[in-house]
Design a protein around this ligand. Structure first.
Ligand code: G1P
Length: 287
């Protein structure tokens, strides 16, 4: 099935990264030289998504500016190196891809953010990408999930094995059957205490939803953290609809935490031939 639309909820407050996020959204923080949101967009475009919907807060103008960037420069006097840099910037979103920016007036949670896209999504299935989950994989996780998405009434959510003590940071699934990487999900709980976690599989920020999710997003009230939680809508949806957990192949960095963000920078730099050797040397001397 061809899923064309993808929602990027980027309206969170980024409070863990204050003061860096006072004037810019956390999704604009860079891994080396590229903002997190750009990695997410490149993953989606590469996976064949052509309608991008950003749910932004009122301080998130930077994201719009980033993707609308058209330097007002006379390039004839620039060096070849600078011209190459400029063409890099233009390449982010190809012409056939459309971008929609929807403002979430109040930060009422991930579920509420996604609900803002209801009209734009219409009857179609769609993906959701949380840009602070940076995943290094080939093919990308969205591509892997798209390959498994066959039925518009069935949803797929990315999962990975977590330590029991980490359950407080994740939506955690319960499941009945498992066929290769697909887990037939029977329950999901947002950020359970370790002793209440129904399994050791936590949800990671890649989802492909049947548009039925909106019915359930409209039904739920505030949950954990007093926020409208996507997890609670998925839990309701499970009562009548199939939801699969998909254990993806790839290395995920939780860039929603400072440690995960630092690790992602180091790990991407160590994979980059421009920096790898000197960085290894630097780390060796440091230790
Ligand atoms: C959100 C979701 C959670 C999911 C996590 C993945 O939580 O609510 O279910 O496991 O993303 O990163 P957040 O990290 O925004 O608190």
């Amino acid at each position: 099935m061809n899923v064309k639309k993808v929602v990027f909820p980027v309206a969170g407050l980024g409070s863990r990264f204050l003061p860096a996020t006072k004037a810019i959204p956390k999704e604009m923080l860079p891994i080396i030289d590229k903002p997190l949101i750009q990695y997410a967009v490149e993953e989606a475009v590469d996976a064949g998504f052509s309608e991008l919907i950003f749910i932004i807060g009122d301080t998130k103008q930077a994201i719009k500016d980033h993707f609308n960037f058209k330097p007002n420069l006379d390039i004839s006097n620039l060096t070849e190196v600078k011209k190459n840099f400029l063409s890099e910037m233009h390449k982010v979103i190809p012409d056939y891809v459309t971008c929609e920016y929807i403002i979430q007036d109040e930060p009422l949670g991930l579920g509420h953010a996604i609900l803002q896209a209801k009209e734009d999504i219409g009857e179609e299935p769609f993906a959701v990408v949380l840009a602070d989950d940076l995943i290094n994989s080939q093919p990308s996780v969205l591509k892997q999930m798209k390959n498994h998405f066959k039925d518009k009434d069935t949803s797929i959510i990315a999962i990975q094995k977590i330590k029991n003590c980490e359950s407080l940071n994740y939506g955690v699934i319960d499941y009945k059957e498992k066929c290769s990487n697909l887990f037939k999900t029977t329950n999901i709980i947002e950020k359970p205490l370790p002793e209440k976690a129904p399994s050791d599989y936590g949800v990671v920020g890649r989802y492909i939803f049947s548009n039925k999710i909106f019915t359930f997003l409209e039904k739920i009230s505030a949950g954990v953290g007093n926020e409208i939680q996507l997890t609670d809508a998925i839990k309701l949806m499970l009562e009548e609809n199939l939801v699969y957990g998909y254990e993806f192949k790839g290395k995920r960095h939780d860039c929603g935490t400072k440690l995960g963000f630092i690790e992602a920078n180091i790990s991407y730099a160590l994979n980059d031939p421009d920096y790898a050797d000197e960085l290894k040397e630097f780390i060796k001397n440091l230790l």
